[in-house]
Design a protein around this ligand. Structure first.
Ligand SMILES: *Cc1c(COP(=O)(O)O)cnc(C)c1O
Length: 392
């Protein structure tokens, strides 16, 4: 019987593997026995390669529709590897709202090695084109962006990049390979923070880079081995296991997110809701709106009271977990951005990001409903708050 791509890849269908257990064995080893001196054993030293990482990379490559995948110790390590394929004097174009850790990496580390960066609003393709210089080598985009869910046209960005002999890299963390396939849309390399949806259980930090380009793949492997940033055997084993539930987790989270979005849209306390599912361009290049949304309270002075009254979401930095995670960009991911710049970019104190998990959506809605009412009801005393909360 022939199996669908996802089934074969994700569920470790036993065919083709030399183990009978439901999950592959964990090769908890830094080194491997070499029978023949100079005999080119498949594995010699685990930094350079080990069976668990290889199995994971095979899954990641197939999921993303690429020929080569490399698993790294974090999303930032994967992004570093992509940027370190460049050399001094090379120039890169980045989104002005690029993920904070990627900005820190470029601004505080890679510029010391004379790799140069220009940030533009990549949602406006003409700004990408205008930023291209003689030494530009790479256009790097994130879509949807964080925290305002701006959408960049991946096909158009790929066209501009390729017209000028540049490579296009896409951070696909928010949509996962199941929601958006940048390689099919023309990208040359895709990066992921596998810490988020791919891992999905808020238990590991991991990253990946996937490509069809053999030259780029060789460079990414050299960096993985040569800078020692590969994902460990243990974390590779865990991540490969978590990938088995990615389709069902992501589908449920997307369904729940759509329900929460509809709820938030009709609330008086909310000034704006940001959800890629309402964006035509996004839907022309993706399967759906994903499972993360943003919203802004009408009165930002209620932000703490709102958080105080919530029971369900984990209030933290991150996304893509089985639990719903509420983030506060102004004090978390974008705290290092000066307040004037944050205000200019509309990252205000009333802005929240919600990564919707697997809880019962009706319970999530009831929790948000309660917290919004509590926060915006000035007359309630603390005593009443507690009473109402426990009797709910
Ligand atoms: C979290 C994140 C990263 C960084 O990944 P780590 O695994 O934390 O190193 C990069 N890009 C995006 C969009 C992210 O959300």
């Amino acid at each position: 019987m022939s199996l669908s791509k996802d089934t074969e890849v994700i569920f470790d269908s036993h065919r083709g593997h030399d183990y009978d257990s439901a999950n592959p064995p964990l090769y908890d080893s830094s080194t491997f026995h070499q029978k023949v001196l100079g005999g080119g054993a498949e594995y010699d030293y685990a930094r350079s390669g080990n069976p668990n990482r290889e199995l994971l990379e095979e899954k990641l490559a197939k999921l993303e529709g690429g020929s080569y995948a490399f698993a790294y110790a974090s999303g930032i390590a994967a992004i570093s590897a992509v940027l370190l394929t460049l050399k001094a004097d090379d120039h890169v174009i980045l989104p002005d709202d690029v993920y904070g850790g990627t900005f820190r990496l470029t601004e505080q580390i890679l510029t010391r090695f004379n790799i140069r960066f220009t940030t533009v609003d990549t949602t406006d393709i003409s700004q990408i084109e205008q930023a291209i210089e003689d030494n530009t080598k790479l256009v790097y985009i994130e879509t949807p962006s964080n925290p305002l869910f701006k959408i960049t046209d991946v096909r158009a960005a790929a066209k501009v990049a390729h017209d000028h002999d540049l490579l296009l890299a896409v951070d696909n963390t928010f949509m996962t390979p199941l929601g958006q396939s940048p390689l099919e849309l023309g990208a040359d390399v895709v990066v992921h923070s596998a810490t988020k949806f791919l891992g999905g259980h808020s238990d590991i930090i991991a990253g990946a880079a996937i490509t069809n380009d053999k030259t780029l793949a060789d460079a990414l492997y050299l960096l993985q081995n040569g800078t020692g940033t590969a994902l460990s055997a243990q974390d590779s084993w865990t991540l490969a296991k978590h990938l088995k539930t990615l389709p069902v987790r992501f589908k449920q989270s997307v369904d729940n997110a759509q329900k929460l979005e509809a709820f938030l849209q009709q609330r008086d306390e909310i000034a704006e809701v940001y959800y890629p599912g309402n964006n035509k361009l996004h839907l022309s290049q993706s399967q759906h709106g994903g499972a993360v949304l943003g919203f802004r309270l009408k009165d930002e002075t209620k932000a703490q009271a709102f958080v105080d009254a919530l029971s369900l979401p984990l209030v933290s930095v991150s996304l893509g977990g089985v639990e719903t995670i509420l983030s506060h960009p102004a004090t978390m991911s974008h705290a290092a951005v000066p307040k004037e710049v944050r205000d200019e970019r509309n990252i205000t104190f009333g802005l929240f990001r919600l990564s919707v998990g697997l809880e019962d959506p009706d319970e999530l809605i009831a929790d948000l409903n309660y917290a919004l009412k509590e926060a915006f009801n000035d007359s309630t005393t603390i005593g009443q708050t507690e009473e109402q909360h426990t009797s709910r």
